[in-house]
Design a protein around this ligand. Sequence first.
Ligand SMILES: Cc1cc2nc3c(=O)[nH]c(=O)nc-3n(C[C@H](O)[C@H](O)[C@H](O)COP(=O)(O)OP(=O)(O)OC[C@H]3O[C@@H](n4cnc5c(N)ncnc54)[C@H](O)[C@@H]3O)c2cc1C
Length: 395
Amino acid sequence: MDLNYSQEENAFREQVRSWLQASLPRNEPMSPREGEDDKTWLENAKRWQRRLYEAGYVALSWPKEYGGQALDPVRQSIVNDELVQARAPQLVGLSGLGLLGPTLISWGTEEQKRRYLPKILTAEEIWCQGYSEPGAGSDLASLRTRAEIVGDEFVVNGQKIWTSGAQYSDMIFCLVRTDPDAPKHRGISYILMDMHSPGITIRPLVQMTGERGFNEVFFDNVRVPRKNLVGKLNEGWIVANSTLFHERNVLGAATASQQLFNRLLDLARTIKRNGHPMTHDPVIRQRLADLEIRVEAMRFHCYRQLTDQIHGRAPGIESMVNKLVGTELNHDLATAAMEVMGDYSMLARKQEAVLDHGFWPYEWMFSLGLVIGGGTSHIQKNIIAERGLKMPKSR
Ligand SMILES: Cc1cc2nc3c(=O)[nH]c(=O)nc-3n(C[C@H](O)[C@H](O)[C@H](O)COP(=O)(O)OP(=O)(O)OC[C@H]3O[C@@H](n4cnc5c(N)ncnc54)[C@H](O)[C@@H]3O)c2cc1C
């Protein structure tokens, strides 16, 4: 691992930093947690992603013919670092950028890549993920949503659940059963569906944060062109796992933990106990030091993966660890913030005396969800044990 940046890379970092200083949106709602109505925050968030893309700072390593720049992954990691330092808002098209995009680059047809990838970059089309079903979460291969082939189309019937962002998404990448007689991991196909198709009903589910972030999605004879199949018919399981691999890296990204840690530090410096900032309290200092060590370890862990990518080495056990460590760390960061705030942590966002705009109680609840979403910590431990450490399979 070489932790030194070249002269060109340092110059690139400077360029990103000054662009962000001049262009970062200020005081505009960028997510459902900040925006009162869906339309305003969504438009702001799409505009921000488009500006960042037009400046050349989104998906830098994607191939040029689909809107990328074919740059090495170090450039993307520099941009990610600078976005964290600048406390930039998260991108609204993350599902497309982080999950579907890399999957299509590996598995999509030429037509699919040209049709979908550019609109993912510019946030013209927002994607959601249709994997989980009632009865098919950790045991995803038990899914029962059925797609029958009729002429040139799939006809889809069934139900998905916990579909994040379905209420404002334009498209969904979806796992469906195309051969009910095959063993459960076979007989699954991976298809792309237009969320505005007739026969799709979206019913919001209220999370403990009070938001309607995820949904039930029902399919009633929804017609999908056959050309929207990704990979081979009945061999969607392997494509699905490719998306899961990317998802777990997104959910475990070190950038999110660094951003949270910086905010926690600001909080502890602002709040006073016995006339002194909380950062002077020996117990809190110890806690912050412990968390910072974990955040830094995560950062260097990501550098190790970056080194593998640069040298073209296949991802190893490191990539399996990301999701487990990253999401649990984020929840611990939020828990520490709640303790720093003491009784103030009970106040809801709109109450007058609320601290840090009510960010932390929300983050505490939200981060608990991410320990579950994309595969629970228990499942991640099974994966690390079985595939990473080659231990005997759990029953
Ligand atoms: C915030 C959030 C967003 C989400 N967004 C999406 C989305 O956009 N699209 C989508 O498709 N899904 C989404 N999900 C669903 C998510 O992928 C599932 O919740 C997750 O895979 C767990 O499945 P389950 O809820 O059915 O729990 P279950 O599978 O029923 O698990 C229940 C408990 O049993 C444990 N368990 C199960 N099997 C094993 C085992 N073999 N070994 C050890 N322990 C086990 C689990 O760890 C868990 O604690 C989201 C979930 C959350 C919380």
